[in-house]
Design a protein around this ligand. Structure first.
Ligand code: A3P
Length: 300
């Protein structure tokens, strides 16, 4: 049965309309009460949390987890919108949905873009599992530029060049990509924290699904695995109205200007960056990622 999209507040997307927490702007339509969330939200040991910086392939991962949960049966992803299968922790409407999740339908799945220092403190004393999805930041910029210019709940970039600079300055919703990654990477090596990259998913989806299933303690037979692969593919997701955001109301997104499932490839940044932008990016990347181990990510 189709479920309605929770109503969000309509906002004028300017800097002053954002919710600012410790210098980071959050879109008020989908983020509220973040300070009390950090102090009060109770993470349960059984929870499975999909964490990412926006535009890293978050919804792809939600689709994969939904299908692993049903052992490849597509009926859940075909009947329940993606934001009800894994609601957003930052939104007070959806956090209520998370809290009301029937205990017999364990685990609770939920998604978040929060940086580590704003994440609910109770997580850090729990056995809850986080899958942290990371994507080449050049492709995050590219995907973000196309997506944010269609969204009515954030300040829209006027040009790629403008968005490129906002991103490098961390002057974007959910803050700096570099801070997000550096913050969450401190969890690397913990047994309840799995890092997955968009690039690895693209190159070896079968292998990654096996790793994710194992992390979640689920075993899929070859037929179930094939069904996960097929139903989480770009084209099947793009055609699935429960997963492609086509049912988001017009006051959140201008569907004529952009869509969630745009290209679904790695390296599209090469079609967008100028040589000068590429050089600027490389320089800032080196500076901001200094001190982290070399060759941590597939794009390095
Ligand atoms: P592009 O804009 O580069 O196409 P998020 O869910 O974090 O907002 O990320 C959206 C990005 O993930 C988009 O990237 C989208 O196309 C990509 N994506 C979503 N589902 C996908 C899938 N099944 N296969 C490959 N990429 C997918």
């Amino acid at each position: 049965m189709e479920q309605p999209v929770p109503a969000c507040k309509e906002v004028v997307p300017t800097d002053t309309d954002y919710l600012w927490i410790e210098g980071i702007p959050f879109p008020t339509a989908v983020c509220q009460n973040l300070t009390s969330l950090r102090e009060e939200f109770v993470v349960k040991d059984e929870d499975v949390i999909i964490l990412s910086y926006p535009k890293s392939g978050t919804n792809w991962l939600v689709e994969i987890l939904s299908l692993i949960h049903t052992k490849g049966d597509p009926s859940w992803v075909q009947s329940v919108p993606i934001y009800h299968r894994s609601p957003w922790l930052e939104s007070e409407i959806w956090v209520e949905e998370i809290k009301k999740h029937p205990p017999e339908k364990c685990p609770r799945y939920y998604s978040s873009h929060l940086p580590i220092h704003l994440f609910p403190k109770s997580f850090f004393n729990s056995k809850a599992k986080i899958i942290y999805l990371i994507r080449n930041p050049r492709d995050v910029i590219t995907s973000g530029y196309h997506f944010w210019k269609a969204m009515k709940i954030v300040k829209n970039p006027e040009s790629f060049e403008q968005y490129f600079h906002w991103f490098l300055q961390g002057n974007v919703v959910y803050g700096s990509w570099f801070d997000h990654i550096r913050g969450w990477l401190t969890m690397r090596g913990k047994e309840n924290f799995l890092i997955v990259t968009y690039e690895d998913l693209s190159q070896d989806i079968r292998g990654r699904i096996e790793v994710i299933s194992q992390f979640l303690g689920k075993k899929l037979n070859p037929e179930e695995l094939n069904s996960v692969l097929e139903n989480a593919s770009f084209q099947v997701m793009k055609d699935n109205k429960m997963s492609n955001f086509s049912q988001l109301p017009d006051y959140i997104i201008d569907h004529s200007k952009g869509q969630l499932l745009r290209k679904g490839i790695t390296g599209d940044w090469k079609n967008h960056f100028t040589v000068a932008q590429s050089e600027t990016f490389d320089k800032i990347y080196q500076e901001k990622m200094a001190g982290l181990p070399q060759k941590l990510f597939p794009w390095e």
